[in-house]
Design a protein around this ligand. Structure first.
Ligand SMILES: [Mg+2]
Length: 360
């Protein structure tokens, strides 16, 4: 894959290498979202955040051009929105409200200034739904585009929700979408003619939303703290595929996750018209492909959680997709009575999921 200079996305013009760091910051800073809980924001040696809760949820993610995104597939705005979304989802998946991002950005000198402006607007787009802001960061020249994002989240008095707390008898719930980002990636991989047809005709509408989900996912951020409030015993965001991430909860908790038949999930009928574009409509292949996106596609960043069976109230976008079993139960015989994931009563093929080290 090429790591050549990004295509000019803002009509050419100035390049990053033409500006001093101060000049570039003057372009970016007014576009960045502000954090309400930052008594000191950007412009000093450090920002200062104020959390009523004395505990802070912190996580970092890195996006590398050519590995996590391609400038010919994603605009600067998409990359900014995606970088924000995946980090905000990590904070939400702990039961925290995402408050602030810190951004490290490495750019080749030939990067158009318009790309960086787009990127800053994408950060604002990604932060919009939860009110988080960018409170600091660093800019550097380098060989290829690299985006490093750190998120800080306020637990607001909630107990942090870990992967290790699922208990036999709990329900497995998911909030958000499944498989759409993987479907969008498959459309982009299928070639520019497929994407151009979708974008020109606006149909099927599902394909457009899958392209958007890959380029700039919109995680169910509010569902994280809401599920924590509902008593979630374990939680994570689905970044590597439903089966693989369910397996992580299962092993961390020492339980079996028994998933419902995916044919019952609305995500499958949503994904089938998109799969038909890639398989030329051959019915069995279409259903198989849609199922694989749903079960193993990552990066929609929905919230996967376990909740007590007696849970009173679930967030509106959360639905029950399975149950937590004791590994000793007869139904878990197929797993050798070890922690893992059952799909249709059989051991799930977890490892078909997205592997960050295998490349985009
Ligand atoms: Mg995560």
């Amino acid at each position: 894959m090429s790591t050549a200079e990004p295509a000019p996305l803002g009509g050419g013009g100035e390049r990053v290498g033409d500006l001093s760091e101060e000049e570039l910051l003057a372009v970016i800073t007014p576009l960045l979202p502000r954090a309400a809980q930052a008594p000191v924001g950007t412009g000093d040696d450090c920002a200062v955040l104020s959390f009523p809760d004395t505990r802070t949820a912190v996580s970092t993610d890195v996006l590398v051009e050519g590995h996590h995104f391609r400038t010919e597939w994603s605009t600067g705005r998409d990359v900014g929105a995606r970088a924000a979304a995946q980090n905000l989802a990590d904070a939400a998946a702990m039961g925290a409200r995402p408050v602030a991002l810190v951004i490290g950005l490495v750019m080749p000198p030939a990067t158009p200034v318009a790309w960086v402006r787009d990127f800053a607007e994408g950060l604002a787009q990604g932060c919009g739904p939860c009110g988080a802001g960018v409170v600091g960061g660093d800019l550097s020249g380098g060989e290829s585009l690299v985006v490093a994002v750190t998120v800080l989240g306020d637990l607001e008095g909630r107990t942090p929700v870990l992967r290790s707390g699922a208990r036999p008898g709990d329900l497995v719930v998911h909030a958000g979408t499944l498989g759409r980002s993987a479907a969008g990636l498959a459309l982009l991989s299928a070639g520019p003619q497929v994407v151009a047809a979708v974008e020109r005709d606006g149909s099927p509408a599902q394909a457009r939303s899958c392209l958007a989900a890959f380029r700039a996912p919109t995680p169910a951020l509010a569902a994280g703290p809401a599920l924590a409030d509902a008593g979630a015993t374990s939680m994570m965001d689905v970044s590597d595929g439903l089966l693989r991430d369910a397996g992580r909860i299962a092993r961390a908790s020492g339980v079996v996750i028994d998933l419902d038949d995916p044919d019952d999930l609305p995500d499958l009928s949503f994904l089938e018209p998109v799969a038909a574009l890639v398989t030329d409509g051959a019915a069995p292949a279409t259903r198989t492909l849609a199922r694989s996106w749903l079960l193993t596609g990552g990066e929609d960043h929905g919230m996967l959680a376990t909740v007590p069976a007696a849970v009173g109230h679930l967030p509106a976008d959360a639905r029950v997709i399975g149950r937590v079993l004791d590994p000793g139960t007869p139904r878990a015989r197929a797993l050798g009575h070890r922690p893992g994931v059952l799909l249709g009563g059989e051991p799930a093929q977890e490892h078909a999921g997205w592997d960050h080290f295998a490349g985009a």
